[in-house]
Design a binder for this molecule. Structure first.
Ligand code: ATP
Ligand code: PAF
Ligand code: BAL
Length: 344
């Protein structure tokens, strides 16, 4: 297929392997170019990103999907070796989702001089959570994202919230180093049973998958706990002059009703970070006793801006509850965004 053929939607996207082919990809005048970066083995999560890119680019715009398994961001050689490579099937998914071109370079094409000596450093945010579990991962990830942004030169690039720390670091790099590209996050796509779609899910046996469902269940339990406590507080604040009702009921000798009303009035303004973490931890602890067991790497409630832990007395603002765990030989991550004090 020829690089010049691009832009004809509904047909197979142009398959480009070299930087030169990418340079030759015609960009219609004024057309918005939107990029989705992947490591291949495309699933419905990737397809959602590509469809979102398609609508962001508009009918006259151009959607470029990159497929590259970046050795720089893998710690364990075994993880890199067994990472699925399915380019033929990926082209079918990319075409159906509306991609105009797929850039699938070789390792030598991306790193012609061997491993790059000059790299992007992720900084303190890159050392927390996933960064602590996978040393060097985020430096390698940001280095290839920087290269792919330079190679593809998009107006906008889309990344999944499933990899929330990755997304936050890319936003930070683009801001700190003036990349001049718009970064958009796309909500996590889940299977009907709740498991976040991931290329690594294919390694799970049926029993391992059953155990792995504790990841989304723990996040949903935390979300429900927060919602329940916030609803309780909402009831307290929505009831006008609750305090005077307490006094009125007490004066009438209705001590039980007065006490109930007071309990609602004194409810904490939110679930509180400790209660939210505890609700998730309970589910994970149960799963660690399952067969096969879940081995939890971390559960953390963090500030989306820098991935530092949310203090227990924080009652307002955005947070991300993130979890990582192994089942058998497969390591999975998941997270959910939470808003504290949303109803107050
Ligand atoms: N379930 C999902 N929902 C939304 N976006 C996703 C989902 N899975 C992956 N993505 C996004 O797709 C892009 C490419 O991710 P990648 O190719 O690493 O897929 P992956 O399924 O996350 O693979 P793995 O987790 O096995 O590394 C990233 O921006 C990632 O956040
Ligand atoms: C952003 C990315 C394509 C860089 O290799 C990768 O980390 C991924 O697929 O999430
Ligand atoms: N989806 C994030 C890329 C990685 O796991 O290396």
């Amino acid at each position: 297929m020829n690089a010049q053929d691009s832009g004809t939607r509904g047909t197979t996207p142009s398959l480009l392997h070299t930087a030169a082919e990418l340079d030759a990809l015609r960009r219609p005048a004024g057309a918005r170019r939107v990029v989705v970066m992947t490591m291949g083995a495309l699933h419905e999560g990737h397809a959602t990103l590509i469809r979102t890119a398609r609508s962001a680019a508009g009918p006259a715009g151009q959607v470029v999907v990159t497929v590259f398994v970046n050795p720089l961001q893998f710690g364990e050689a075994a993880d890199l070796d067994r990472y699925p490579r399915t380019l033929h099937a990926d082209l079918v998914v990319a075409a159906a989702a509306g991609a105009d071109a797929v850039f699938a370079p070789s390792v030598d094409e991306v790193y012609p001089g061997g491993e790059p000596q000059v790299r992007i450093t992720a900084g303190p945010m890159g050392e927390r959570l996933e960064g602590a579990a996978r040393p060097g991962h985020f430096d390698g990830m940001l280095t290839v994202v920087a290269k792919l942004l330079h190679l593809t030169r998009p107006d906008e690039a889309l990344y999944g919230q499933k990899d929330a720390q990755q997304l936050a670091l890319i936003r930070r790099m683009v801001r700190d180093l003036n990349f001049g590209v718009e970064i958009t996050g796309v909500a996590t796509v889940r299977d009907p049973d709740g498991l976040a779609l991931s290329s690594r899910n294919r390694f799970l046996s049926a029993e391992e998958r059953r155990t792995a469902l504790a990841l989304p269940r723990s996040l949903f339990a935390a979300r429900d706990r927060l919602a329940a406590q916030q609803a309780l507080h909402e009831r307290a604040t929505a009831t006008t002059a609750n305090a005077s009702r307490v006094a009125g009921l007490a004066a009438l000798g209705e001590s039980r009703a007065a006490a109930d009303t007071q309990a609602v009035t004194l409810a904490r303004p939110s679930g509180g970070p400790a209660a939210v973490r505890a609700a998730a931890r309970l589910v994970l602890e149960d799963a660690s006793k399952e067969q096969p067991p879940l081995a939890v790497d971390y559960l953390a409630l963090v500030d989306p801006a820098d991935f530092t832990e949310i203090p227990d007395d924080r009652e307002h603002g955005e947070a991300i509850l993130a979890v990582a765990a192994r089942v058998g030989a497969t390591r999975l991550i998941d997270n959910i965004p939470l808003t504290f004090g949303a109803l107050t």
